[in-house]
Write a protein that binds this ligand. Structure first.
Ligand SMILES: [Zn+2]
Ligand SMILES: [Zn+2]
Length: 320
């Protein structure tokens, strides 16, 4: 029975989520407060876009349930706080639907390199929620780009994978990907700079049927997805976790939309939210990396290595 750890272990911790803001020790083991952080960070990202421009299925939290709910909760927070904002109190993300290019859950998931692009008309809110799904498509290639190790300035991308003639490591970290780093094998059309550029162009385009607004909001939604990934210990501790290879991440596979919703009003991580989105992403990754363990990076007591045989991270330690 003991052999069922860590799934069992994660299950026990999950029951503590509502209390994480009050109990210090479990807080260091499970990224409950991280969920509230993401929601806060995402809301900041949304504000930044509007305010600035006013004028291997291994995809992080599941992209069917968890990621879209993170985006939805972020939008709810944005809605509840915008009334107090100097410029945003008249803004609405649920207004007239706009055209854009979609890849929704209803358009199907793709494990391998393939592109799905369906012209659709949706509200800004729906475009952003659905960006939580599309960011992980196509799943295999995207999974290799959704990691960032904030402690490794040389190879911050995922290296904990089995590279073969079929699987090529693109050597692109999640921060590079969101920052619009080009990749010859997979186009990045919904980076954070892309989103801002689409929005700028949309404002200058008088054609009602232009797809630029939808593309801008999808870019915001995909950026929010990336912020969510950085609150997952495995994604910031170089811990590859291909479900197909029998190595799923217990936090990822057990996090439901309901859990995220119940955490959305929780305590925020102590980060500077009033800064550039990419810098905020680095800070969030550093905080997650230093405060939480992932399944394969548990430090072996008294040794400089962790469960996966690699060098242990400096933090957290057993002494913590
Ligand atoms: Zn993952
Ligand atoms: Zn992801």
């Amino acid at each position: 029975m003991e052999a069922r750890w860590p799934l069992d272990h994660a299950g026990r911790l999950l029951r503590h989520i509502p209390y994480l803001s009050r109990i210090r020790r479990p807080e260091r083991w499970f990224p409950g407060t991280a969920l509230a952080t993401i929601v806060g960070a995402v809301s900041v990202a949304g504000i930044a876009l509007v305010a600035d421009e006013q004028p291997v299925r291994v995809g992080a939290y599941g992209n069917i349930e968890a990621h879209p709910q993170i985006n939805r909760s972020a939008l709810d927070l944005f809605d509840s706080e915008k009334d107090a904002h100097e410029y945003l109190h008249r803004a609405s993300l649920s207004g007239e639907p706009t055209w854009g290019v979609a890849w929704d859950a209803s358009d199907g998931i793709q494990p391998i390199l393939q592109n799905v692009a369906v012209k659709k008309k949706k509200t800004a809110r729906q475009w952003i929620i659905d960006g939580g799904f599309s960011a992980d498509e196509p799943e295999g290639p995207q999974a290799l780009r959704h990691f960032y190790d904030p402690t490794d300035g040389t190879t911050p991308w995922l290296t904990d994978i089995v590279v073969s003639t079929v699987v090529r490591n693109p050597e692109i970290s999640l921060l590079d990907w969101v920052g619009d780093k080009d990749d010859p094998s997979l186009a990045q059309d919904y980076s954070w700079p892309d989103a801002k550029e689409y929005f700028r162009s949309a404002l200058a385009d008088a054609t009602p049927a232009n797809e630029l607004y939808g593309k801008a909001w999808r870019g915001v939604g995909e950026t929010v997805h990336a912020i969510g990934d950085l609150a997952l210990p495995a994604h910031v501790r170089n811990d590859g976790h291909a479900k197909e290879l029998g190595d799923p991440d217990p936090v990822e596979v057990s996090t439901t939309a309901n859990m995220i919703e119940s955490q959305a009003s929780g305590e925020w991580a102590p980060l500077n939210y009033d800064q550039d989105v990419l810098k905020l992403m680095h800070d969030l990754a550093a905080w997650t990396n230093a405060n939480f363990l992932s399944k394969d990076t548990v430090p072996l007591s008294g040794k400089p290595a962790s469960a996966n045989g690699k060098s242990a991270y400096a933090s957290p330690t057993w002494a913590d």
